[in-house]
Structure formats: structure tokens, C-alpha cells
Design a protein around this ligand. Structure first.
Ligand SMILES: [Zn+2]
Length: 468
């Protein structure tokens, strides 16, 4: 039996967002509360799996230092209390920034390493939108990342990280690692694996793995909206054979670099008004329109009403706007009650850098309350049903609509604070367009004021050569 401790902190932090991520923004689970996160455990023989603490947050701004310190301290205390361990599995996202700590994962993983010592193997799973660094790779024995974006393989990636760890424990050896930083930083919206060339680059990964000389290979496209030196893509390979492992990482890095000019948004894009015009002119009965600059799932505040303002100004037919995070507007609607008409100042409060409040007059159509998301309101303003939420929370599943009795296909335009559409909406959207709207995660990051990136880096710099 191999005793393995598990846990981690997972958040994606947009450093261009003025919001700070607080302790209350994390969902912290401990011990048996984590069973559903690791449903594969019962099928793995030979391990005593001990989940200690996992903290997961909606993507946001930089994490408040005291919040990070509290989570790190609790995890390390659990790790110390249960020591010694045969191995440690860290369940991370990989794009965490903390006040005063740009490379927060290096700090966290480094602290784990200090505690468990040099002989205890550490394996980590990452989102492919994580940013690795040499400091991180020096502390990890194994790392593997998602292979799909939109993400559909989170559980399978966790299982792979754990099985790789177990494989090393059973073999009684430490694997070789190859880590190649690639001078490329393309957003998730440009690197989806559903379309070319992302599909082919990622489809090449299994061919590089033979299960012996090369045990695993990952490509992390990185997280764009973090102004940090480590923000860039990386190829990683793990294996028993050093030359084969290097060669696999090099092949994957070359494939990604070689395809760099072909990556593009998978859907029509344009200014907010261009996208509204496109939707209005479309034959499709419903058009999903991404308000990409204020995409909550990439860390933006989700309270910029600019696209709503334009939809109202354009007098769109029956449409849906999901949504605006605004606790005071939600409270006012609950006070007024269902059916009431009221005038509200919507949004522009959490992120005043990228939006200003919009005054609307609307009717409270529906009130909702959920333990996870708090109170929500559907407010009808002219022809637009606007979803208001008291807490930041992305519309990432159809259940978000059904719990509010909303069928998105009843509307001509469905505006979502997303970048690419998540799988639930990919499946049903007759047509999708993406507006290059204002916000903390503006869809053309190469136009934003970055200061810490290691240059040159594509597409910020275009005229340079590189070989892995
Ligand atoms: Zn991701």
C-alpha cells in the first residue's frame, strides 16, 4: 500500500482585473468531502489515498495574500500531521497569482517539497491554461495537463496524474523530465482543441507516448491575462528514457510553434455592434454572443454592462443577457418583489476600470436562490431578460438556465460573459459569435500593457525564429 496525500489550490488569476480574490471566493473541501472529485480512486489498487484539502475558486483577480496564506498553512499542517507519505498528488490549476507572489504555484509546491523532503515523489495535474516555470518544474517529479479545451477531461487528467505517481512508486524510480518553454502566448479562445490547428496538435500527443520510454506528454498553452514572466506555453514530457523524453517534448513544442500563425478564433468576431448586427441579420433563430472582454471564466469581474447597453440601444428582439454580477441590484429586486417595476443602476461597480453603471428601468420577472450561487434575479428591460447574480459565477452549464426556468433557445440573442462556448452551449448553439468587448480579459491581449513577459513572444512579437 502506498500512502498518498492529495490536495491543492486551483484558481486562474487575471492580473488585469482590479478585483482581489478573497478566501470567501474559494470553495474549500476537506477529507471525505473530496470523494466526488476523485471518483476513480476505488478502481485503483494499492493506494491509501488521503485527500486533505482542496480549494477551488471561480477565476478572478489576484488572490489576497492572507487568503492564500490561510489555505497554504492549513494544507501544510495536514501534510505534516500525516507524515511520512509515500507520495503527494497536487490538484492545481496553474495560473494563480497572489499579492506579492507572481509565481504562486512555485511558492506552494516549493513549500510542499520542503515539508516532505527530496525523496517523496510529487505529481501534479494542471489545466492546460496554467503557466509552468523552471522553479515549479524543479520541485515536481511529474506533471500532466488537460488535453481538451473547452475542458472535458478534468477527471481523467487527475486520474492520470495519480496513476503516473503510482507507477513511479511501484517501479521505485524517479522519471526523467523534459520541460521546454515555448515563446508563444495565445489565449484559450484561439487555441481550442475542437478546431484546427489545436485539434491536430493535441491529437498528436498520444502518438508521442509509448508507456515506457515516454510515460506522458503535455502541452500547456498557458494563461494569457497574467502579466508575469512565466506566462507562456510549455511542452512537458515524462519518461524513463532521457533521450526519448526530450525528443517527445521537442516534437510537441515544434508542432505547436509551427502552427502558431494558423490559430484563430473559431467563430466570427468583431466589435460589439458588428456582432449584434451579425446576430440580427442571421437566419438562425438563436445566436450565442460572447461578451469576451468581461469573461468571468477567465477572471474578469462580470459586471460590465456595455454589451447590454448596446443591445438595448439597438432595440434587439426578445433576447437574454447573462448576466451582471451586482449584489445591490439583486437586493433591490428582492426588496421590490416579483412583478415589481423599478429603476436600477446596474454593474460597473466591481470593475470600474472597464465599465460604468447603466441605469435601466425593468420588471422583476423571477427571483431565484441557490446555496452555491446565492440569490439571482431575471429582470426584464424592454425586450431583454437580464440575469442578475449577487455572486460572481460563470454561465458554464445549461443547468444555470434551467434553475431559472430559462430556455436560451427561446431568444434571438443570448449574450454570455464567456469567451469560447462551454460544451453545453457548443452542443445547442445554432450560431456563435464573439464580441471583442471591453473588460479585464480583452480578447486581443497583444494590445494590452504587459511589462513582465519574456520577449520575444508570439503574437506580441511576430518577426523572430525559434527552435526548441
Ligand atoms: Zn482552462
Amino acid at each position: 500500500m502506498h500512502r498518498i496525500a492529495a490536495g491543492g489550490i486551483a484558481i486562474e488569476c487575471a492580473t488585469f482585473s482590479p478585483l482581489l480574490s478573497e478566501l470567501s471566493d474559494f470553495r474549500v473541501l476537506r477529507g471525505a468531502e473530496l470523494d466526488s472529485r476523485y471518483p476513480f480512486i476505488s478502481a485503483i489498487d494499492g493506494i491509501d489515498f488521503v485527500p486533505l484539502l482542496h480549494a477551488n475558486a471561480v477565476p478572478g483577480g489576484v488572490v489576497r495574500r492572507s487568503a492564500y496564506d490561510a489555505l497554504k498553512t492549513e494544507f501544510l499542517a495536514g501534510l505534516a500531521a500525516g507524515a511520512p507519505w509515500d507520495g503527494v498528488y497536487l490538484d492545481m490549476h496553474g495560473a494563480m497569482a497572489v499579492e506579492g507572489l507572481d509565481d504562486a504555484e512555485a511558492d506552494f509546491i516549493g513549500a510542499v517539497r520542503t515539508l516532505v523532503g527530496p525523496d517523496c515523489p510529487i505529481s501534479a495535474s494542471y489545466d492546460l491554461h496554467g503557466n509552468l516555470s523552471t522553479a515549479i518544474m524543479e520541485q515536481l517529479d511529474l506533471v500532466t495537463a488537460y488535453r481538451t479545451a473547452p475542458h472535458e477531461d478534468a477527471i481523467e487528467t487527475r486520474e492520470r496524474a495519480l496513476r503516473l505517481l503510482l507507477r513511479c512508486l511501484q517501479a521505485g524510480r524517479r522519471p526523467r523530465k523534459a520541460f521546454i518553454r515555448i515563446p508563444l502566448l495565445l489565449s484559450g479562445e484561439r487555441t481550442m482543441t475542437l478546431i484546427e490547428p489545436g485539434r491536430s496538435v493535441y491529437a498528436g500527443i498520444p502518438e508521442l507516448i509509448d508507456g515506457d520510454a515516454v510515460l506522458d506528454v503535455s502541452l500547456l498553452v498557458g494563461f494569457t491575462w497574467a502579466d508575469q514572466a512565466r506566462s507562456q506555453a510549455a511542452a512537458v514530457a515524462i519518461g524513463w528514457d532521457e533521450a526519448a523524453t526530450r525528443s517527445a517534448a521537442r516534437s510537441l513544442a515544434s508542432a505547436y510553434w509551427g502552427a502558431r500563425r494558423d490559430f484563430d478564433f473559431g467563430v466570427p468576431t468583431g466589435s460589439v455592434d458588428d456582432c449584434i448586427s451579425l446576430a440580427l441579420a442571421a437566419d438562425e433563430s438563436t445566436v450565442f454572443l460572447s461578451d469576451s472582454g468581461d469573461n468571468i471564466t477567465a477572471g474578469a469581474a462580470g459586471d460590465c454592462p456595455f454589451v447590454l447597453e448596446r443591445m438595448l440601444a439597438r432595440a434587439v428582439p426578445q433576447s437574454l443577457f447573462a448576466g451582471i454580477t451586482d449584489a445591490s441590484a439583486v437586493a433591490a429586486c428582492f426588496d421590490a418583489g416579483s412583478g415589481a417595476r423599478l429603476t436600477l443602476s446596474l454593474g460597473g461597480k466591481l470593475d470600474p476600470l472597464h465599465g460604468h453603471p447603466l441605469t435601466v428601468n425593468g420588471i422583476v420577472k423571477r427571483l431565484g436562490d441557490s446555496p452555491e450561487r446565492g440569490r439571482q434575479v431575471v429582470l426584464t428591460v424592454d425586450n431583454v431578460d437580464v440575469v442578475l447574480s449577487e455572486r460572481r459565477s460563470g454561465f458554464t452549464a445549461l443547468a444555470r438556465f434551467s434553475e431559472l426556468d430559462i430556455d436560451p433557445l427561446d431568444y434571438k440573442i443570448v449574450c454570455l460573459k464567456l469567451g469560447y462556448l462551454v460544451p453545453d452551449f457548443q452542443r445547442i448553439a445554432p450560431l456563435a459569435v464573439m464580441a471583442l468587448s471591453p473588460g479585464a480579459v480583452y480578447a486581443l491581449p497583444e494590445t494590452l500593457p504587459f511589462h513582465k513577459l519574456i520577449r520575444p513572444i508570439y503574437p506580441f512579437d511576430r518577426d523572430f525564429d525559434w527552435t526548441p
